[in-house]
Design a protein. Structure first.
Length: 264
């Protein structure tokens, strides 16, 4: 019954509007909904090491969880995602905050152009521009993801811009979050100037070499760059480390999914 109601509301274009209505947000707060708990945890996490933030780039915004956190911190947000389904959701979710968030239906990469966007299903967190990520997911057993992953046969062509271009358009951000399902290295290659902080996701052991490439690229961009690891909204190390120390940790850790926080 719930699924039928959801599909009906989606066909009417009302599901996301109701999902992010004031009444629903109030209900989530008084019932201590998991989204509210996660939001508070992430807010405390970023405030623990960010002295201030006036501009935030959310690259791979998905459902806007990080965007919501930075908006609460008083930050202007540029939220980018190539998935039309996610863009519709973001526009509904932040429809009352349009003066402080710029929502862009676009992918990020090493250069301007277009790319093939591979789709698991509309709105899926597995959607990607990286063919290797698709192959990895489809060849993987159910154990890791609790489901058998199969992508749609057809991809869609999406526009691609670079971090440098976004900076020209909106200014230098205090923080860039990159979550692009295996496309992080290419996105970083579109950045040729230092920013105070950025983060990117990593999956081990499959992406150990791209991780090294990302660390090397950021070290070249900023020789004084230092790094930390975020797991479940907590910094793993009491102080930031150099690239070599992060590489050594990654080669020996049993943690398979984490965020790298870079201070440039």
């Amino acid at each position: 019954m719930k699924r039928r109601i959801k599909l009906y509301l989606q066909r009417l274009g009302l599901y996301d509007r109701l999902r992010f209505s004031s009444a629903m947000n109030f209900y989530k707060r008084i019932t201590h909904h998991p989204e509210i708990i996660l939001h508070k945890r992430e807010l405390e996490f970023y405030q623990s090491f960010l002295p201030s933030s006036s501009l935030f780039f959310d690259i791979g915004a998905h459902h806007g969880f990080k965007s919501a956190v930075f908006l609460e911190m008083g930050t202007t947000v540029v939220a980018c995602d190539p998935d039309p389904s996610n863009i519709n959701l973001l526009k509904n979710k932040f429809r009352k905050q349009t003066s402080r968030i710029h929502i862009r239906e676009i992918a990020l990469g090493a250069k301007e152009g277009t790319a093939s966007f591979l789709i698991h299903h509309p709105g899926s967190a597995f959607n990607t521009l990286n063919p290797y990520w698709k192959e990895l997911l489809e060849s993987d057993k159910i154990d890791r993801w609790n489901e058998k992953i199969e992508f749609e046969k057809d991809s869609i062509t999406v526009p691609v811009t670079t971090l440098d271009t976004l900076i020209k358009q909106y200014g230098l951000p205090d923080f860039i979050k990159i979550d692009a399902e295996g496309y992080e290295k290419q996105i970083l290659e579109g950045l040729t100037q230092k920013v105070p902080y950025l983060s990117f996701e990593c999956l081990l052991p499959e992406f150990i070499e791209p991780l090294k490439d990302c660390l090397y690229y950021l070290k070249k961009l900023s020789p004084a760059a230092s790094f930390n690891i975020s797991v479940e909204e907590k910094l793993l190390f009491p102080s930031f480390l150099n690239a070599a120390e992060i590489e050594t940790w990654a080669a020996n850790t049993s943690i398979s999914h984490f965020e790298v926080i870079a201070a440039l």
